[in-house]
Design a protein around this ligand. Structure first.
Ligand SMILES: Nc1nc2c(c(=O)[nH]1)N[C@H]1C(S)=C(S)[C@@H](COP(=O)(O)O)O[C@H]1N2
Ligand SMILES: [Mo]
Length: 174
């Protein structure tokens, strides 16, 4: 889906706290409140949902904390009050209902990597050349369209973000 998010660059928040040079990654944690979210009692995933970004990814202006969509305030199911949106990564990187952000030295755990390390790496970049073990990622269908399109590297944001990964083997760091 192509979503007109409302929000601000995460970099704006990070600039205000002035990360120390030892801070190499940003670790995020979601709300896990079984009163509001009864399905966290299932064992599909290990909640609270956690995610992470490398500092340069977190500081990229396209990385946003969203507080709304389509000009409206975020509804709970979309991650109120604040959620992460990283347009060049797959949607599962976008944790919702953030309650804690930590600046850390080591690569933080991420929920889907804990659930299935063979299937989900830390980076979660859109990379059509790297097959998920159970399916191809070469083609996609946009909600609202009937046909398939070729999936683009970095979800079409290569000009903006490819330099963050220069020298990295994106088949290894999927
Ligand atoms: N807090 C929280 N955020 C989460 C999840 C979750 O279980 N808890 N699931 C993730 C997954 S797997 C997906 S596919 C997306 C789906 O929501 P979206 O379509 O609004 O991005 O949310 C992500 N963010
Ligand atoms: Mo998902």
């Amino acid at each position: 889906m192509v979503i007109p998010w409302v929000g601000f660059s995460l970099a704006k928040l990070l600039d205000q706290v002035q990360p120390m040079s030892q801070a190499k990654y940003v670790a995020f944690e979601s709300l896990a409140d079984s009163r509001q979210m009864p399905n966290i009692n299932s064992d599909v995933l290990d909640w609270p949902y956690v995610e992470g970004l490398r500092m340069d990814e977190a500081m990229h202006p396209l990385t946003i904390l969203a507080s709304g969509l389509y000009g409206e305030t975020l509804p709970p199911q979309n991650g109120a009050p604040l959620r992460l949106v990283v347009p060049w990564k797959y949607g599962f990187k976008g944790l919702k209902s953030i309650v804690r952000i930590k600046l850390v030295e080591g690569q933080p755990p991420t929920t889907w990597n804990i659930a299935g390390p063979r299937e989900y790496g830390f980076y979660s970049n859109v990379n059509p050349n790297h097959d998920h073990p159970r399916w191809s990622q070469k083609a996609e269908r946009r909600i609202g369209e009937f046909g398939m399109r070729d999936t683009l590297m970095f979800n079409g944001y290569g000009d903006e973000v490819a330099q963050l990964y220069s020298g990295m083997d994106l088949n290894k760091y999927y």
